[in-house]
Design a protein around this ligand. Structure first.
Ligand code: ADP
Length: 468
């Protein structure tokens, strides 16, 4: 038994003992019992009252503590108080360290409350975003940085990509702004503004250099290609020269493709938003691409499709045609004959998606993150032999970025690959289905015709699991 309980028990037993003692001295039984009970109760009430007094005044409980159970109660509360004090000290130290760290960060950090008002900023926010402490605390961020793009970015609540911005107060700066929602139901936001002026200028220099070099090379190369072609076609050309001339012609064509792709990339990099937006009949576009893909494959690849004919897309027609065709031609170019290629155009809960899957050799996982880099090829020799420039997926990625869409690549060696272009739901345009049963019947017939019986189709659950 705990010593405090023993003491308490002894005190309680002392009550009848004292009563008995008083009885011996000739007192009546009732008053003899009442006196020690009252004394006993008075002690409890005093210690309870004293404890309430100390706690309501937030006093620290310090020894000496009373005997018995009350001693244990006082001691336990004192321990709680000590632990809470240590926790508070730790918290204060942590908050101080966090503030010191946040103050020394060269990026602007801003905490916004649920109403997007500025709650806290670090010192770097002043030179980078022109936020002055303490005057701007409590103001809406979009009032302090009155830049329409900032308001649009913060309100859109789509923070996957950072916003690049030249702030009005200093046009020589280039900032990258990121927002991270946090707190209860993610309604608070941490805004991070980073100075990317140097990287931005370096990027501009690189982009301009590549664009200028490509542009300068384009004209002489066209002239050389023209002469080589003329010489190859001329009846006066000796037969021994024909093969080298054909090789020269092929190589100049390859160089021209590279230059055209580099110029396309430079153009795409100029602006991060696609221009000339139209409502595109993607189904029609896919049918054109299918025809070209079949010609490219010379019938060696069975190609099937599953197209939502009523689903259209808001975007730049030329850019999206180039992206979609690139993925389909890749599935033909980079897979051996008899590889089944399947094209899908449909809408799911996240938005419309164009995808090309094949059951070809697939791509090892370590290549996948690098596929959209310029000139990155898994199999260099095969890519060159098939006329690839190594720039196709880089172009696809840029086109999709300009449409706020994502390129998703999944692949499993030996099982095949899936390249998907997923667009925001806001880009989808739904057309009323056309009532042409005959059209449907024809398209179903053509689809069936393309799927050889040996190849898995969508309805085959095996095909779902076998792809990476
Ligand atoms: P390329 O001009 O070589 O086609 P891309 O940028 O379009 O360049 O593709 C990069 C590389 O990705 C290709 O060289 C190829 O190795 C690989 N690749 C692309 N699509 C596929 C596919 N469907 N199956 C296997 N590999 C592929």
């Amino acid at each position: 038994m705990r010593p405090a309980l023993v003491t308490e028990l002894a005190l309680a037993l002392a009550v009848p003992a004292i009563a008995a003692g008083l009885g011996l001295f000739g007192l009546d039984a009732a008053p003899a019992l009442l006196i020690p009970v009252l004394l006993y109760l008075a002690r409890h009430l005093f210690l309870l009252g004293h404890l309430v007094h100390l706690l309501t005044r937030r006093h620290r409980l310090v020894p000496p503590f009373p005997h018995g159970v009350w001693g244990d109660v006082y001691r336990s509360i004192a321990q709680y108080q000590q632990r809470a004090r240590r926790g508070r000290k730790r918290q204060v130290r942590f908050t101080r360290r966090f503030r010191e760290a946040a103050d020394s960060v060269p990026d602007a950090l801003i905490v916004l409350d649920k109403a997007k008002r500025i709650e806290w900023v670090n010192p770097a926010a002043e030179p980078l975003l022109n936020i002055v402490r303490p005057q701007d605390l409590g103001r809406k961020l979009t009032d302090v940085i009155a830049h329409p793009e900032v308001a649009r970015y913060i309100d859109a609540a789509d923070y996957v990509r950072p916003l690049e911005l030249a702030p009005d107060h200093d046009r020589t700066l280039m900032l990258s702004i990121r927002v991270a929602p946090f707190g209860e139901r993610k309604r608070q936001r941490l805004v991070v503004g980073r100075d990317i002026t140097k990287v931005y200028h370096l990027n501009m220099i690189r982009r301009d250099f590549v664009a200028n070099v490509s542009h300068e090379l384009r004209t002489p190369l066209t002239v050389i290609a023209g002469f080589v072609e003329n010489l190859g076609d001329s009846p006066q050309t000796p037969d021994t020269h024909r093969r080298p001339l054909t090789l020269m012609h092929n190589q100049t064509e390859r160089m021209r493709s590279i230059i055209e792709d580099l110029l396309t990339l430079s153009r795409l990099e100029m602006d991060e938003h696609a221009g000339n937006l139209e409502t595109i009949n993607v189904a029609d576009d896919i049918h054109l691409i299918l025809a070209d893909a079949r010609a490219l494959s010379k019938g060696t690849h069975p190609i099937s499709h599953d197209i939502d004919e009523t689903l259209q897309l808001r975007g730049n027609p030329a850019e999206l045609h180039s992206a979609f065709s690139n993925l389909v031609y890749n599935a033909v170019k980079h897979t051996p004959p008899n590889t089944h290629v399947h094209i899908e155009w449909r809408e799911d809960t996240a938005g419309p998606c164009f995808s090309v899957s094949d059951d070809g050799p697939g791509i090892a996982p370590h290549h996948i993150p690098r596929l959209t880099e310029r000139f990155y090829r898994v199999d260099k020799a095969r890519s060159r032999a098939s006329g690839g420039t190594g720039l196709g997926l880089a172009i696809v990625k840029h086109v999709l970025n300009r449409h706020q869409a994502r390129l998703m690549i999944t692949s499993e060696p030996g099982a095949g690959s899936v390249f998907s272009c997923c667009f925001p739901a806001t880009n989808a345009v739904r057309m009323p289905p056309h009532d042409d049963d005959q059209d449907d019947a024809e398209s179903a017939a053509s689809n069936d015709q393309l799927i050889p019986t040996a190849v898995a189709t969508d309805s085959d659950p095996q095909s779902e699991t076998s792809r990476g």
